[in-house]
Design a protein around this ligand. Sequence first.
Ligand code: KMH
Ligand code: ZN
Length: 277
Amino acid sequence: MEKIMEKLIITAAISGAEVTKEHNPAVPYTIEECVNEAGLAYDAGAGIIHLHVREDDGMPTQDKGRFKAAIDAIKIRCPDVIIQPSTGGAVGMSNDERLQPLELNPEMATLDCGTLNFGGDEIFENTENTIKYFAERMNEKGIKPELEVFDKSMIDMALRLHKQGYIQSPMHFELVMGVNGGISGTLRDFIFLRNSIPADATYTVAGVGRFEFELAAAAIIDGGHVRVGFEDNIMISKGILAKSNGELVEKVVRLAGEFSREIATPGEARKILGLKK
Ligand code: KMH
Ligand code: ZN
């Protein structure tokens, strides 16, 4: 029997912690720039804003006050959008530093499910105990984790922690593919990952760099969900910088239209993901 496809949830990862204005001048640093980029992505069809924040000079921070300022301002511009703060932060931050945005009681937040090389000498560290600690903090507050996996082993870790009661069903995975140090962004590996998650789980795919739109198309066809944004990719097409996160979201909306996949509003995204609000 043919599976009924849910509407497509588009997440915009508007800034990240690694990409800078030197890579693309439209990468947002100030609160005003964040609001503008979130707003353009929302207008184009994004239901979720995956949020990292920075100081005005571009330095990544997990400061609770800075997150509050950004979230409050984004909510004025995009009243119903789902704001999903990062608990990954930037490489080298301590666990408690990374966890600060949870104090603001967001509906969702990322939960990174393993350690990986992050290019050069950088290691993005998430030990088993760190993942358990983060999951417990989210459970206490009823915050839905988006399970960020950069490799197949991280899906296995999430499934083990699910069995142990740290992570509840239905699980929602973020398949981040093409990071230097993680799984590749090939179609073969996409199929491998998506076939490795439970049948009642949902997923969003985030293809890094040139993989962004190929994997978006694959997820649109497969019934999955899509993340785009400057955190993952700064190009609208080969050699051409995207003018905004909104332009990246518009391209996903066009692709979805070609396959008659409707776009979920934030309210519909909440229902699909089982968010409480
Ligand atoms: N910036 C990376 C080290 C997340 O948002 O949870 C971690 C990251 C994952 O971006
Ligand atoms: Zn992130």
